[in-house]
Ligand binder design. Structure first.
Ligand code: HEC
Length: 166
C-alpha cells in the first residue's frame, strides 16, 4: 500500500515537473520567434530596395536590356517578402499594387514595348506616391532619377525579357 502511494507521488511529481518544463519550453520558443520576427525588416528596409530597383528598371528598358528590366521588377516585388510576416495587412496592399496597378509596366516589359513602357512607368509613380500618402508617409515622394540608382551594371546589353531564369 505504502509503496503504491509513494509510486503515485513520484509519478505525479514527474508529470508536474514535465508539464512545467514543457510550458517553459513553449514560452521560451515563443520569445525566440518574437525576437526573430522583430529582427526581420518591415516596410522601410525593403522599400529602399524597391526604390532602387524601380529606378534601375527604367534604364534597363531604355537600354534594350529587357532581361534586366524584368529581373528588376521581379526582385522589386521579391524585396517586399519579409513584410508578409512582419506587416501582413499592409503587405496585402503591396501585393494588390504589384499584381494590378503595376501590371501594365510588367506587360510592357514582357512585350519589350519601349513606348508603352515609358508611358506606364511614368504613370505608376503617381500610384507609388498615393500609397505613401495613404499610409502616412506623404513626405516620401518618389521622383525619377537622371541615372540608374546602381551604376555598377551595364544597362545597354541587349537581352530579352524572357531571359530571366525561373
Ligand atoms: C502598399 C503601399 C506602398 C506602395 C504601393 C509603395 N510604397 Fe514605398 N513606402 C511605403 C511605406 C509605408 C514606406 C515607409 C516605410 C516605413 O517607414 O515603414 C515607403 C517608403 C518608400 C521609400 C523610402 C525608403 C527609405 O527608407 O529610404 C521609397 C524609396 C519607396 N517607398 C519607393 C516606392 C516606389 C518606387 C514604389 C512604387 C513602385 C512604392 N514605394 C510603392 C508604402 C508603399
Amino acid at each position: 500500500m505504502l509503496r503504491k502511494g509513494k509510486m503515485l507521488v513520484v509519478v505525479g511529481s514527474l508529470l508536474l515537473f514535465g508539464t512545467a518544463t514543457l510550458v517553459h519550453a513553449e514560452e521560451d520558443m515563443q520569445k525566440q520567434v518574437d525576437a526573430v520576427k522583430a529582427a526581420i525588416p518591415k516596410f522601410a528596409i525593403p522599400m529602399r530596395e524597391v526604390g532602387d530597383r524601380f529606378q534601375n528598371m527604367y534604364y534597363a528598358a531604355k537600354g534594350g536590356n529587357w532581361g534586366l528590366a524584368f529581373y528588376m521588377s521581379k526582385y522589386m516585388n521579391g524585396a517586399m517578402n519579409p513584410a508578409k510576416l512582419t506587416k501582413p495587412v499592409e503587405y496585402a496592399d503591396w501585393a494588390n499594387f504589384y499584381s494590378k496597378t503595376f501590371d501594365p509596366v510588367n506587360k510592357a516589359i514582357l512585350a519589350q514595348d519601349v513606348k508603352s513602357f515609358e508611358k506606364e512607368y511614368k504613370a505608376v509613380i503617381k500610384n507609388c506616391n498615393e500609397c505613401h500618402v495613404a499610409m502616412g508617409y506623404g513626405f516620401i515622394k518618389v521622383k525619377q532619377l537622371k541615372a540608374p540608382a546602381d551604376q555598377g551594371i551595364d544597362y545597354s546589353i541587349k537581352s530579352k525579357s524572357t531571359d530571366v531564369p525561373k
